[in-house]
Design a protein around this ligand. Sequence first.
Ligand code: GAR
Length: 199
Amino acid sequence: MLNIAVLVSGGGSNLQALIDAVEAGSINGRIVTVVSNKEGVYALERAKKHNIPCKVIPKKGNDSFEEQLTLHLMENDVDLIVLAGFLCILSENFVKTFENKIINVHPSLIPSFCGEGCYGLKVHKAALDYGVKVTGATVHYVNNIVDGGKIIAQKAVDVLEGDTPETLQKRVMEEAEWVILPKVVADICNKRRKEEKDG
Ligand code: GAR
């Protein structure tokens, strides 16, 4: 079984989708730790409710944030790191340490509405301001370019007349993010299991 770490910064609805998929048996792995860079976020409550160990590593004013995070992930023997609404940018050095082991969910069809400073509701506001008729979500590997790693899965969602950033965010989550993120994690776990079996 793969050891999965989920990194969060907020409400944790994508974390919840992963927890539900693990509990339903559709992901062949276990969430060994949930790490937040902020105290008091609801994602931590979600983890606690399901008896998943969690840890807060504050980022603000913390020069050794990445060292602490690296140590924690290594201590937990983590095979896969899922950025699920984790709003910190990770350094090239960190990404190299966990090469091909970090994935991220982003609430647009990359390469639209992405990159540094484009996260959360801002993404949906930018999509509405531009006037696109279709948006969606992307799951991709993380490399040293923000939102620039290899795309693993995407799902399109229609923009509807009268949408606000909030209504669009909700629909993109429900129709795309909570669908493709657990599926990608399940696929990675199955692929890794098969590789181990085949030697
Ligand atoms: C999600 O929409 C996620 O795609 C987005 O933040 C939200 C977190 O919600 N992430 C980014 O914008 C990263 N660039 P959640 O905490 O409820 O999962």
